[in-house]
Design a protein around this ligand. Structure first.
Ligand code: NAD
Ligand code: DAU
Length: 342
């Protein structure tokens, strides 16, 4: 099987390529990635010289390049490429609209013209918005995105859906909950907390820390995508999660316990504007129809993740030396200023 992956140098995309080539040694992967601040060729390690792997540097909004890649006749497209960080979208949503909305449209249009047989669009649970305690979203639930990031993902879902409804374009949408694991850029909660704790820095928790997320180990997500790719029904949406929500405070305490670091490192900081209180998914469809269920619990997954970061100080150093530190300093200063003006 020949797979065109977009965004394969990022966190989930790189884990997916590693998983997929391991599970299907005959598969061929073409990875189209723009290498933004979040894309890192190091994430693929030795795979960069794998005979069945090819990297293409480029933008999913580049119509000509995307059309050329579709001409190479992939059996399936797995579309991860996106701007993915909520806080960045709050500061400036322009790239989110461009990559997430326009980029998705460029891909589906080129894939439709080339009669690609399967297109897997990687979306997120954030499109359902914040849910009350006891509620969970199934695939028919209304989309109520609250951040510019979530809105751009919801818009891309709607474009993909319209291509199925209008052209019977064989797309499948997946909506997964919060991933954690190796190679996640240390701007997201889990890796940021691990990296800060390793350096003895404080661990910033937004607001009261009682917002809930449903954490899934990235390898479980990759296994779910493998099942969707082979057995998913075109036109369908599949939720993916562990159905086990925990508060941010709980997860951070958990990380500190595993690392043997004190809770006094926790620092409560100003809340994220429009911060969604709770995400929760109903995953009965993927379980019943595709036989998938998660296999790695939080304790084991967090343990593996902490170990990976401890064993990869060079990776952290390079990521930390990048743009995101400058971004965070600016971001926190701006947020504090806004709050003091209120
Ligand atoms: P990431 O930010 O780690 O990686 C994104 C990748 O896309 C990077 O390699 C980047 O270089 C590439 N990219 C960005 N803009 C591009 C462009 N215009 N053209 C080509 N490549 C471009 O993101 P991630 O956390 O791995 O998320 C991957 C996908 O999964 C996203 O679509 C995201 O919305 C979705 N998702 C993420 C999570 C999560 O918890 N991280 C959960 C559910 C869904
Ligand atoms: O739910 C899936 C989504 O998960 C994906 O679609 C997004 O791409 C991914 O970034 C993630 O979004 P979140 O906003 O949920 O993840 P993040 O790691 O940024 O934050 C998780 C929670 O932790 C959230 O409630 C905000 C909080 N937080 C985050 C950071 C970075 C803090 O309290 N402190 C922090 O420093």
């Amino acid at each position: 099987m020949k797979v065109l992956v977009t965004g394969g140098a990022g966190f989930i995309g790189s884990n997916f390529i590693r998983y997929f080539l391991g599970a299907h040694p005959d598969a061929e992967i073409i990875n189209l990635d723009k290498l933004t601040y979040a894309g890192n060729p190091d994430n693929l390690g030795a795979l960069v010289s794998h005979v069945n792997y090819e990297f293409v540097l480029g933008d999913v909004c580049d119509t000509k390049l995307v059309e050329d890649l579709m001409q190479r006749d992939p059996d399936v497209v797995v579309h991860f490429a996106a701007e993915s960080h909520v806080d960045r979208s709050i500061e400036d949503a322009q790239e989110f609209v461009r990559t997430n909305v326009q980029g998705t449209h460029t891909l589906v249009e080129a894939a439709r013209r080339c009669r690609i047989e399967r297109f897997v669009h990687i979306s997120t649970d954030e499109v359902y918005g914040s849910l009350h305690l006891g509620e969970s979203a199934d695939e028919q639930s209304p989309l109520r995105p609250n951040s510019p990031y979530a809105a751009s993902k919801a818009a891309s879902d709607m474009i993909v859906r319209s291509y199925w409804m209008t052209y019977r374009f064989p797309a499948i949408i997946t909506r997964c909950s919060n991933n954690y694991g190796p190679n996640q850029f240390p701007e997201k909660l889990v890796p940021l907390m691990i990296c800060n704790a390793l350096e003895g820095k404080t661990l910033p928790i937004f607001g009261d820390g009682l917002n809930e997320r449903d954490w899934i180990y990235v390898e479980d997500h990759c296994r779910a995508l493998d099942a969707v790719l082979y057995w998913g029904r075109p036109g369908e949406v599949y939720n993916i999660a562990c159905e086990n929500t925990v508060t941010n405070l709980e997860i951070v305490r958990h990380v500190l316990r595993i690392m043997g670091r004190p809770e006094s490192l926790i620092e409560f900081v100003a809340d994220r504007p429009g911060h969604d209180r709770r995400y929760a998914l109903d995953t009965r469809r993927i379980t019943a129809d595709l036989g998938w269920s998660p296999s790695i619990g939080l304790e084991e997954g967090l343990g593996r993740t902490v170990n990976w970061y401890i064993q990869n100080p060079d990776w952290i150093r390079k990521a930390r030396a990048g743009e995101y530190l400058k971004y965070y300093d600016k971001f926190y200063r701006q947020r504090e200023r806004t709050l003091s003006d209120l």
